[in-house]
Ligand binder design. Structure first.
Ligand code: ATP
Length: 289
């Protein structure tokens, strides 16, 4: 179990994270917030690339600063700016990272082949990485992070730059990884984690302001999300007075998705809230920054 015990982090005089308290056990966690909210910082604290100004991180009952490499050996990390050697083949790159991680030579070959298979890249293992698509590079990124069979896998914006098809494939691959480890995925894209995360963690104003199962988080907006088709004039009136989650304009009407405590228009129909609604409702202003 990994516990963040009231951790705070400042850069200079600016506090980026404040009193973060959370407990992780095996499973996938979606760390969801707009850019700049502190997701990368939180991940760097967990990977020991940064240290908190106050609070402590506890792994299986011990402070990670006292565990040193015993703790770091348990971590697999895919950073946002994952660096790779374009002239290396997938196989050579994996062997290289395995050597850096101190994995013994007799273990390496099987492990590399097994992981390339797992991420669906064994058929291109002799291809140079410069020939790989963005999705394939991210899959190599996951494979290298898994080399040491980590108990904590940290993926920072793993789907950045991927097209929708690659995103789906990536999600399918990730969904199996949380069975026997903690997997923390940061993203500002709701659909990356909505269907695969056991818990969602939302960061706002430097702290965790909501966390829990998607169903429970969505439930907070139950009875408040409305769908309505209206003419242009009514659409403008509604936009002035309500939080608009989504707006589609067709030739003869406007289709609006609205969050409102009460029925916003006599043609409005109550609909089931989803995580996108929650995200836009709580972060609306921040998303425009
Ligand atoms: N090394 C640093 N020194 C000073 N400020 C930093 C440093 N790293 C991050 N910050 C600032 O801390 C805040 C949080 O950044 P962080 O990268 O953790 O956010 P994020 O949610 O991961 O966003 P993004 O997805 O854009 O990376 C930002 O305002 C950022 O400018």
């Amino acid at each position: 179990m990994l516990t963040l015990n009231n951790i705070s982090k400042k850069y200079g005089r600016t506090t980026v994270l404040e009193n973060i308290h959370y407990q992780f056990d095996n499973g996938i966690y979606g760390l969801l917030a707009p850019n700049g909210a502190g997701k990368t910082t939180l991940m760097k604290l967990i990977t020991t690339l940064h240290f908190p100004n106050s609070g402590e991180i506890i792994w299986d009952g011990c402070d990670i600063t006292s565990l040193g490499s015993k703790y770091r050996d348990q971590i697999g990390y895919l950073p946002q700016d994952f660096g790779y050697y374009p002239h290396y083949t997938a196989h050579k790159f994996m062997k290289y990272i395995a050597a850096l991680k101190g994995i013994s030579k007799h273990e390496v070959s099987n492990r590399v082949d097994e992981l390339l298979e797992k991420v669906g890249l064994s058929h291109v293992k002799r291809k140079k990485l410069k020939k790989f698509s963005g999705g394939m590079i991210q899959r190599i990124g996951i494979a290298q992070a898994l080399l040491n069979d980590p108990k904590i896998l940290i993926l920072d914006e793993p789907t950045a730059g991927l097209d929708p098809k690659e995103r789906v494939r990536f999600r399918q691959m990730l969904s199996t990884l949380g069975k026997d480890r903690i997997v923390i995925i940061s993203t500002h894209i709701v659909s990356d984690v909505e269907s695969i995360a056991k818990d969602i963690i939302l960061i706002k104003d430097r702290t965790i302001f909501k966390s829990g199962k998607v169903f429970d988080i969505n439930n907070e907006l139950e009875g408040k999300v409305w769908q309505v088709n209206v003419n242009e004039e009514d659409a403008h009136k509604l936009e002035k007075n309500h939080v608009i989650i989504n707006k589609n304009i067709s030739t003869d009407h406007y289709s609006l998705r609205i969050v409102s405590e009460t029925i916003p228009h006599n043609a409005a129909i109550l609909t089931k809230p989803n995580l996108e609604d929650v995200f836009i409702y709580y972060y609306g202003e921040d998303l425009l920054l």
